[in-house]
Design a protein around this ligand. Structure first.
Ligand code: ACM
Length: 546
């Protein structure tokens, strides 16, 4: 893990003691995703010959910045060779307001990276990884070029849902590598829902003993019909969580955990029935075996808060770098609260007129709890239904159909907002033409088809927002809900290349994007998709690795 960047020496420049040999002329311009803000390529000139890798003088690795650059290059798949007599890499820290800013200068003699902070090293490394092309002699080379770059939006995320169908540690890490390639920097990890609790919590072992398995699963062909097969228990141990978090960090990605409060909590309530509204008629919590919105919500009790306090304390310890912790908050039905004599009495005592105020009680308490750990909460946009949320809560906008707009409401109320509208960024939704194999049937395909062109057409900062409102749109996220995503191959099919479009929407202003030109750059990624054995969706809708 890197030390604070301020502790780094300002410049680590080692001039070549021996000159590197130039490559043959390089005619091919790299097709980088997301397109850098400024990129000048000396077409037809000799570039930097990659040879076996970038030769790096041992003195570069004497500094933290140098070591961090080497690690970032290696993580991006760029070979680095220790050298005694030659240095082809130098790293420099410069002052810039945008801490994600970086610049890359490539000449036949070597590569100079300039960064404003540690994140820039990851992006410089990925830009270089995507810039390795063939010179006229057919050898790997990076064209002579000057790149200066910084993202439009600071939060660029992908959400994975291991609750409905799990993804293994390896599948999760593969998604992290894909995210890193396109300079996404946040994995939102949806770790608890009605259909499964997926993270080991030491203080509450029944969360995984009971909550991490279910009696059956809706079939892919027909969601109304269960498969009759109990699942194996599936959850991430705390060691596995630490591994994924460290792996993400090594790629410049911060993991934001989510535990749903107060709805989507059947699995937790099945494990500890006293957490729910036990006095409602027919109370029989179990880990859900159907999709959709389930009635089980937490009961507003001090003992429930103590449970949440303990669970989120373990989360904060496992995710030390997460500035936010996601508390869910979507689709929390009010029915049980309306039927529970305990909750009705609780509401009278607290002067509450609407059951929705019970959700606010939870949201406020969660914000206070997280503040003790120096974290802010993020919640789905329902945290603003029926009342206000704490001012520093980040709102994740997803309900594109709600009027007046849930995004605008959040902005008007002064919140920072992450955009993940289901009209554009739901990667579980259909992309148009489908393969024959029923495994590829999408879930929730009632929404408009969302192929990469549709994702690419999104404008995150429409002109009718004020400058101040625009400044509170902190980023974008795509969500891969997994009701119909039962394996890694399907996850990849649903995600790639849509993730490329998402990355560029978060990086480049809408007026600078052109979908036909972008298609050329997507196709330039195919060799990398093949090399990484990614089951990407081809232009004709077919999966690359059926
Ligand atoms: C959501 O799709 N329920 C956030």
């Amino acid at each position: 893990m890197m030390k604070p960047f301020t502790a780094l020496c300002a410049a680590v420049i080692v001039l070549s003691e021996l000159s590197a040999a130039p490559s043959a002329p390089v005619q091919v311009a790299p097709g980088i995703i997301p397109q850098p803000v400024s990129m000048q390529v000396a077409a037809g000139q000799p570039g930097f010959a990659m040879g076996e890798g970038i030769r790096v003088h041992y003195s570069v690795s004497r500094s933290e910045a140098g070591r961090a650059a080497i690690r970032a290059l290696q993580a991006a798949g760029v070979s680095v060779l220790p050298e005694e007599n030659v240095s082809e890499l130098s790293v420099e820290q410069v002052r810039q307001d945008n801490k994600e800013w970086y610049a890359v200068s490539v000449t036949p003699e070597g590569i100079v990276l300039r960064v404003a902070g540690p994140q820039g090293l990851y992006y410089a490394a990925q830009t270089l990884a995507q810039s390795i092309v063939k010179d006229e002699a057919g050898q790997p080379a990076i064209p002579s070029m000057q790149v200066e770059d910084a993202p439009l939006l600071p939060y660029r995320g992908l959400m994975l849902d291991p609750c409905r169908h799990p993804q293994t540690v390896d599948e999760t890490c593969k998604m992290l590598r894909i995210m890193a390639r396109y300079k996404l920097n946040r994995l939102h990890w949806h770790l608890a829902d009605d259909q499964g609790w997926r993270i080991e919590i030491k203080k509450y072992p029944r969360l995984t003993e009971v909550g991490a398995r279910r009696d059956e699963t809706p079939t892919l062909a027909n969601h109304e019909v269960g498969d009759g097969k109990p699942t194996e228990p599936f959850y991430f141990t705390q060691d596995e969580v630490r591994y994924v978090v460290a792996y993400a960090n090594s790629l410049g990605i911060t993991v934001i955990p989510e535990i749903e409060v107060p709805g989507h909590s059947s699995a937790a309530i099945a494990a500890y029935p006293e957490l729910g509204n036990a006095d409602v008629p027919g109370y029989a919590p179990k880990v859900a075996t159907t999709w959709g919105v389930l009635p089980y919500t937490y009961a507003p009790k001090e003992s429930t808060l103590r449970f949440l306090e303990d669970v989120f304390a373990e989360l904060c310890a496992l995710f030390p770098r997460a500035p936010f912790v996601h508390i869910g908050g979507d689709e929390a039905p009010r029915d049980q609260w309306q039927k529970s004599p305990y909750v009705q009495n609780f509401m009278r005592q607290h002067g509450m007129r609407y059951a929705g105020e019970v959700q606010h009680w939870f949201t406020r308490h969660m914000a206070k709890l997280m503040a003790k750990h120096d974290r802010r909460i993020v919640g789905w946009d329902e945290i603003l239904d029926d009342g206000n949320a704490p001012a520093d809560a980040v709102v994740m906008y997803w309900r594109s159909w709600v009027r007046p707009s849930a995004m605008r409401r959040a902005l008007r109320a002064g919140h920072e907002v992450i955009l993940s509208p289901d009209s554009h960024f739901y990667f579980n939704f259909s992309q148009g033409k489908l393969p024959e194999d029923p495994r590829y049937k999408p879930h929730g395909c009632q929404k408009a088809e969302q192929d990469w062109r549709h994702v690419y057409s999104y404008n995150p900062t429409p002109a009718n927002l004020s400058a101040e409102e625009k400044s509170r749109i902190i980023g974008l996220q795509a969500n891969c809900w997994s009701e119909s995503i039962a394996d890694g191959a399907k996850l990849e099919y649903q995600t790639v290349p849509r993730i490329c479009a998402l990355a560029e929407v978060a990086w480049r202003p809408a007026e600078q994007r052109n979908a036909d030109e972008f298609l050329q750059r997507i196709m330039a990624q195919y060799p990398w998709f093949e090399e990484q054995a990614i089951n990407y969706r081809r232009e004709d809708g077919s999966p690359a690795r059926p």
